[in-house]
Design a protein around this ligand. Sequence first.
Ligand code: ADP
Length: 178
Amino acid sequence: MKTAIYPGSFDPITNGHLDLIERASRIFDHLIITILHNHRKNPLFSLEERITMIEKAVSHLNNVEVQSYSGLLVDCAKENNCHIIVRGLRAVTDFEYEIQMSQTNRLLAPDLDTVFVTTDMKYGYLSSSTVREVAYFHGDLTPFVPAFVAEELEKKYSAAAPPAAKQKFGTAVLQADK
Ligand code: ADP
């Protein structure tokens, strides 16, 4: 049985992640989505919130499992008896970071290979950070994330200052300058 791990932050899961998960779940017998605890990032959603959202988004896929891991990806793979990592490639900008990570992981665990799945063209621009930015300014999230993820983002940012207030401030400054 071919098992693969798809690691990431998923803060939050987007339609781009989901497209990749659906395609990888057809390639491998068993796909483990692992939310890696990244000590350098300060996530918007807690681990529990991210797990709940991913589980809901992949509930139609019966060979996909969701877990979290705090530590090195190579140790996570070893614990799951897994020798394949799946990562997504959107643009050249992803390449440098991804190749560095896959080569480091191969040095740490020579029996671990990284398989890259290229993004569907319609999601090539899409990242969790873009989605958080649109949500912060209360933009339409429909093209980017499942509806229930959009609701969670709206809840997170419901207290954020509406952009209109900032524009008014800008206008006031301009008028004062006259
Ligand atoms: P990380 O912090 O590990 O980069 P992300 O959640 O941002 O975590 O991404 C996890 C993986 O999903 C990465 O391999 C990334 O390239 C891939 N990915 C993210 N967005 C997309 C997308 N729109 N299309 C394809 N792959 C994507």
